[in-house]
Design a binder for this molecule. Sequence first.
Ligand code: 5RP
Length: 293
Amino acid sequence: MAEYDKDKQAKEYYLDTPVNNYGFFLKGAHSLDWGMKNRLSRIFRPDTGKTVMLAIDHGYFQGPTTGLERPDVNIVPLMPYADAIMLTRGILRTTVPPTLTKAVVMRCSGGPSILKELSDEELAVDIEDAIRMNVVAITLQIFIGGEFETRSIHNMTRLVDMGLRYGIPTMAVTAVGKDMVRDAKYFRLACRMAAELGAQIVKTYYVPEDFDTITASCPVPIVMAGGKKLPELEALTMSRRAIDEGASGVDMGRNIFQSDAPLAMMKAVNKVVHEQMSPQDAFDYFNTIKAEG
Ligand code: 5RP
């Protein structure tokens, strides 16, 4: 007998089971499309809601940064321990094996070097090339209060529009000019502007006072930038505090690859972010892994 003719009793329609509407675990993302949510779920672990991102894009304006002279030697072995890697298309194509299945967050802005005004950036990657490289998110700096503030915001809104066309989230990084005060008031302004103008993720710096007001007033997930190299226990403490005060993860570079034991640091940061480990326990864990070589 054809399937069409089978009587109702032989089939199971689960008439008493309501359809699962799959609420989404990430702040501010419930109205996004399937592709966007799926990509976000590759950056932020659905089981913890958090991410450990490894930032290695520094060369795009400052050349071979300490620790990044040979990313094929020092950095590629760390990648399996990150949820996502943030890098340029140049390093991705030349240096990262395409067998890597980690989420790629691609730096899409550039222009000035450290010798010039850093806020003078333009978009530097076509969305088609980002798609070709199978990226999970696209990213750029915004320079609130900087000389080219409006241009950097316009770069961001264009990137957001391109990303929305293809279901690719945009992460805005709040860059801080040399002469600006890094305080909660500044970062509340910068993070909120980024989210209001469409960024689906914001990356910003930790401040010891009122960081929770930055995360509370930003309607999308915030990931904490690492900043300059700190002693490992301090970097782990900063990460713990950022998570406890509402960050959805970290995106660290120098505090990992400039550590004298980068792999141990990578693993210790994972413990803090995904396993609620205390900074001291994570530091002990770091030292154990480091001692194992
Ligand atoms: C600023 C960036 C960098 O990728 C990132 O912030 C640098 O990482 P870290 O400060 O942890 O070394 O987005 O250009």
